[in-house]
Design a protein around this ligand. Structure first.
Ligand SMILES: NC(=O)c1ccc[n+]([C@@H]2O[C@H](COP(=O)([O-])OP(=O)(O)OC[C@H]3O[C@@H](n4cnc5c(N)ncnc54)[C@H](OP(=O)(O)O)[C@@H]3O)[C@@H](O)[C@H]2O)c1
Length: 247
């Protein structure tokens, strides 16, 4: 009974976000700075430039975005940026967070508390794409807590003030750079409580070949994880068919 009520609430929240997103898309002249810089290209900062951050960031660079990569080892980020050309930059996580109109955080979940603390003032009010998944074998106790709470709500707690969009959570890193070869065929389930963040992130996701599918608010972030029915590659229609089965 409790579960049904929670699901109904989650659905209502989803509809509110979906409607707001549609409205946001229809409104011209929104006070959006994102998407207007650098001839229409949003500047992207990436914290965690490993398989996911490095992979997706590289495709954004190839799609014409300016991207700053960061990690705890700037020499790796510099080497990556040098390989990708003039639209790619390397910096510290603080520099990437300041550079990016949109930030993607792609670190092991166990690093999120530290990242959230160090970047607190820079991420406050910023659109943050959260790819991070909690795994107990890798991340320890924080992963148990995050799984219990649901990854979307847990990330929101660890990154206070960030306008979080969960995305890229349950597709293997090795496949992430392939979507642009057949644009729109693969759906990208995303979850967020922020309609404008959804709009902005959707544009970035579409520009590298995925069709974003809003599955609901951050409470639905618990389904954007490996091991759930949404994990793996699905067409947008398949994702929409899976959604009712999550109840
Ligand atoms: N691999 C996949 O197929 C996949 C798919 C979807 C989602 N995910 C999730 O996405 C996240 C990233 O996965 P990944 O496979 O890309 O991991 P990864 O290859 O291990 O990369 C992690 C990146 O984060 C950096 N990092 C670690 N701790 C940091 C800190 N405290 N501050 C700043 N940077 C830090 C690492 O560099 P340094 O160690 O040099 O700092 C590295 O660049 C994980 O949460 C993962 O569960 C993974």
């Amino acid at each position: 009974m409790k579960m049904k009520t929670a699901n109904r609430q989650s659905r209502r929240r989803f509809l509110r976000v979906a409607c707001a997103a549609t409205t946001a898309l229809m409104l011209d002249g929104l006070p959006l700075t994102v998407g207007t810089a650098n001839a229409g290209k949003t500047k992207i900062g990436i914290v965690g430039s490993g398989r996911v951050g490095g992979g997706i960031g590289s495709v954004w660079v190839k799609a014409g975005y300016e991207v700053m990569f960061s990690s705890r080892h700037i020499e790796n980020d510099k080497a990556l940026a040098a390989r990708l050309g003039p639209n790619a930059h390397a910096g510290t996580p603080q520099e990437a967070a300041a550079f990016g109109e949109v930030l993607m955080i792609s670190v092991p979940y166990g690093a999120l508390p530290e990242v959230g603390e160090k970047l607190a003032t820079l991420i406050n009010g910023k659109i943050v794409i959260d790819t991070c998944n909690p795994f107990v074998w890798r991340d320890g106790d924080i992963a148990s807590w995050a799984r219990e709470k649901g990854a979307g709500l847990a990330s929101a707690e660890l990154l206070p003030g960030a306008r979080i969009v969960r995305a890229f959570n349950a597709i293997g890193a090795a496949r992430m750079a392939a979507a642009h070869q057949d644009p729109g065929r693969i759906g990208m389930p995303i979850a967020s409580n922020d309609a404008q963040a959804v709009e902005v992130a959707s544009r970035l996701i579409r520009d590298i070949g995925y069709e974003p599918v809003l599955v609901g608010g951050l409470v639905m972030g618990k389904y954007l994880m490996p091991g759930t029915p949404l994990a793996g590659e699905h067409t947008p229609e398949e994702i929409r068919k899976i959604l009712p089965r999550l109840d």
